[in-house]
Design a protein around this ligand. Structure first.
Ligand code: FES
Ligand code: FES
Length: 179
C-alpha cells in the first residue's frame, strides 16, 4: 500500500509502485485535468505539486510520493472560489486549445507560493519547461504578473485549496471532467 494526500484528502493505493503518478491520479482517482503530453518530463502538461514543488508526474513513480502532499489542478481552486491565478487566466483570456493549461497553472502557482513578487526572469525560469503549442506565453506572463501585483498590494497569501472529489476544468470553468 502507498499512502499520500491528494488535494488535502488522505488516500491509499495498491498499485504497481512504478505506475506514474499521472496515471494514478487520472485513471485511479478519475481526476482528468492533468494531461499527458510527452511522457518524458519534457512538456509540463502533467505538472502537479508534490509538497509544494511543481513536478512532472508522467515520470514520477507513485512509490516516490509515499507520505507526500500532492495537489493536482482539481485542488488548486473551485468554480466558486477560484485560485487568483485561475481568475487572472480568465481575465487575460489565456487558454487557446487549453491542453497545456493545467500544467501551466500548476507551475505558476508553485512559483507564486514561494515568490509572490517574481521578476520577469524568475517567471521565465519557472515556466521554461511548460510548452504551449498555441503560443500563449505572453498572456501567461501577463496573468502571472497581474496576480503578483495584486498580491503585493493586498499582502494576500497564495495557497492551494479544494478537495479530491471536486473536478474543475481550468479551460471550460465548470465541473466537467475532460480526458
Ligand atoms: S507529459 Fe509529463 S512532461 Fe510531458
Ligand atoms: S493552449 Fe494549446 S497547447 Fe497551450
Amino acid at each position: 500500500m502507498i499512502n499520500f494526500q491528494l488535494n488535502s484528502s488522505p488516500v491509499e493505493v495498491d498499485l504497481d509502485p512504478d505506475t506514474p503518478l499521472l496515471w494514478v491520479v487520472r485513471d485511479h482517482f478519475k481526476l482528468k485535468g492533468s494531461k499527458f503530453g510527452c511522457g518524458m518530463g519534457l512538456c509540463g502538461a502533467c505538472t502537479m505539486h508534490v509538497n509544494g514543488e511543481a513536478v512532472r508526474t508522467c515520470t514520477l513513480p507513485v512509490s516516490a510520493v509515499q507520505g507526500a502532499a500532492i495537489t493536482s489542478i482539481e485542488g488548486l481552486g473551485t468554480p466558486d472560489n477560484l485560485h487568483p491565478l485561475q481568475q487572472a487566466w480568465v481575465e487575460h483570456s489565456v487558454p487557446q486549445c487549453g491542453y497545456c493549461q493545467s500544467g501551466q497553472l500548476m507551475s505558476a502557482s508553485a512559483l507564486l507560493a514561494k515568490n509572490p513578487n517574481p521578476s520577469d526572469v524568475d517567471i521565465e525560469m519557472a515556466m521554461n519547461g511548460n510548452i504551449c503549442r498555441c503560443g500563449t506565453y505572453s498572456k501567461i506572463k501577463s496573468a502571472i504578473k497581474s496576480v503578483s501585483k495584486s498580491v503585493s498590494k493586498s499582502g494576500e497569501a497564495i495557497r492551494t485549496q479544494g478537495s479530491l472529489v471536486e473536478i474543475f476544468d481550468p479551460v471550460l470553468g465548470n465541473k466537467e471532467a475532460n480526458s
